[in-house]
Design a binder for this molecule. Sequence first.
Ligand SMILES: [Zn+2]
Length: 217
Amino acid sequence: MFIGHYAPAAMGAGTGRIKLWQAFVGAQLVDYAWAGLILAGVEKGRVTPGFTEASALDLYHMPYTHSLGMAIIWALGAALIFGFMFRKQAKAGAIIFGLVVLSHWFMDLIVHVPDLPLWFGTDKYGFGLWNHRIVSFSFEVGIFILAMWYYLKNTAAKSKAGRIWPIALIALMVTVQYIGNFGSPPNSIKEVGITSWFIYTLFAGLAFMVDRSRITR
Ligand SMILES: [Zn+2]
């Protein structure tokens, strides 16, 4: 899953307990780690054009970042670190951040083919929405926009910029989703790792601009 991961993030930020940029980092935290482990050759995948309609990624080994058990550990660790780093946001902020991190696995479960284990070496799960390109694209864009609407409803623009940044962010993200689902497949899995780092950081940076231009209602 790609921009659909940002739906739980926007919901979390809509509570006013965590910033949008923090939630954006949290939603993709395990994918940041996944990209690193793919580049290091610890987790494994390959680009197989036509693997599913919406994604060419055959992700056959990723227990450290994409098993349910490890997702829980990542979420707990992330909540603890968040609590230390952002004391002002109190326990509620840390809990919501942890839940956003945990949401990654469950959101992936909807679109991935069965490549998500519960733990190392167990059976793998995935409902396979990626087999239906138009359905999965509409689903991801739909839940993302709904969640962003919730976030925008719970915050107010400080000035004109507070209305422009969210529109720019949403437009860019939907465009990148479109390219991902309908464009030509990537050249290699390592390229996917590097591109992921770049794109996730770009999105978080733009989310930071949204944070700066809006206040919680
Ligand atoms: Zn993932």
